[in-house]
Design a protein around this ligand. Structure first.
Ligand code: WQD
Length: 334
């Protein structure tokens, strides 16, 4: 959102706050240097979603503009792999239902530029890395399948009406925080992902990190992942949105990754460097469903969007630690 504002876009936020705290909003306004219009809406609520677009259309008409919104960046969705296995219907209902509601409202209001937050989980565990965008998609969990399905829905919508311009962005492993230390990742409950768990160990909220297996076919036996700084990820969204204005094809698909794999133990070492002392960990059994190696071939995003991830693993860890050490309990509850 901040990257879009810095790029000159005017932005409105829609969030159900099911996985976010309201206290993030004043910090966003502080960093943006302006007030932000926030709609607290669950996008699966079609009437409430229509209300957002109708309100924007009315404001646009009063200002002499044709469209309420020129484009939508769609991040909304549940994203915990393990939770999706336990609650598949909730994931299909929420992630697909919110997309149907959103795209229908966009079409009703003549808005046909959409950037979608997809995921490298669409590549599943069938191919050797690096992953390229032309690989067939085949997820290994309900969360990943929702991403595969939503990509297909959006391709079919654009095939039915080629005036759509859709950007499908396949995130690899987003980590890091805003360099200010004022906003960052704040998962509810026990973190599923490596870096937020590491950060909570480092700040004293957790005793030690469990490293899920060191017997994989990798240099140090732990899994390799393509970790990408959230600021590089944000820049990828701006590049995709800018690209779509003049795109000749209805749909573009781009990997957002660095093209490099980093092991779990190397991430523990990098985070320990950021903290200035060793972060405790213990090797335990593998986590079911993990794949040994995942990293991107990011060459298409470089060639077509002019986008390249620029921040290092040490940058990612330093920014994460600045956020976590300044906010040991995450965002305030208020
Ligand atoms: C990374 C590595 C774990 C936690 C997830 C989801 C999805 C996607 C990317 C957006 C693995 C190891 C982890 C821990 C550990 N994001 N690990 N101890 O599984 O690659 O993918 O993020 O779509 O949300 O698919 O990320 O951070 O969970 O795991 O050893 O406590 O760290 O085994 O090798 P993953 P992760």
């Amino acid at each position: 959102m901040l990257a879009l504002i810095e790029a000159g876009y005017d932005v409105e936020i829609v969030d159900s706050f099911v996985n976010a705290k309201h206290s993030v909003i004043p910090r966003l306004c502080e960093l943006a240097g302006r007030d932000l219009r926030v709609h607290e809406v669950d996008l699966t609520d079609r009437a409430a979603t229509e209300g957002i677009f109708a309100d924007a259309a009315a404001r646009a008409a009063a200002a002499g503009r044709r469209l309420g919104f020129d484009a939508v960046v769609h991040f909304a969705g549940l994203k915990a792999v393990g939770e999706s296995v336990a609650k598949p219907l909730a994931y299909y209902d929420n992630n697909l239902g919110s997309t149907f509601s959103l795209v229908e409202a966009m079409a009703r209001h003549g808005i046909r530029h959409l950037v979608f937050s997809s995921s490298a989980t669409v590549y599943g565990d069938s191919y050797p890395a690096p992953f390229t965008e032309d690989l067939p998609t085949r997820a290994t969990n309900p969360y990943g399948w929702t991403k595969v399905m939503i990509e297909q829905v959006l391709r079919d919508v654009a095939a039915a009406d080629p005036t759509w311009r859709v950007g499908l962005l396949r995130y690899f492993n987003p980590i890091g925080a805003h360099p200010s230390g004022r906003i960052g990742e704040d998962p509810q409950g026990i973190p599923n992902n490596l870096i937020p768990y590491l950060a909570q160990v480092a700040v004293g909220r957790r005793a030690e990190l469990s490293v899920y297996g060191d017997d994989y076919p990798t240099p140090d036996g732990t899994c390799l992942r393509d970790y990408i700084h959230v600021l590089d990820l944000a820049a990828g969204h701006v590049a995709a949105l800018d690209y779509l204005w003049d795109a000749t094809e209805p749909v573009g698909t781009w990997n957002l990754g660095t093209g490099h794999g980093t092991s779990v133990l190397d991430m523990v070492a990098a985070f320990s460097r950021a903290v200035g002392s060793p972060v405790p960990y213990r090797i335990v059994d593998r986590r079911p469903g993990d794949i040994a190696v995942s990293y991107a071939d990011p060459s298409r995003a470089r060639a077509e969007l002019g986008w390249v991830a620029s921040r290092s693993v040490d940058d990612m860890c330093a920014d994460t630690w600045r956020w976590q050490s300044a906010n040991p309990q995450g965002f305030p509850d208020a």
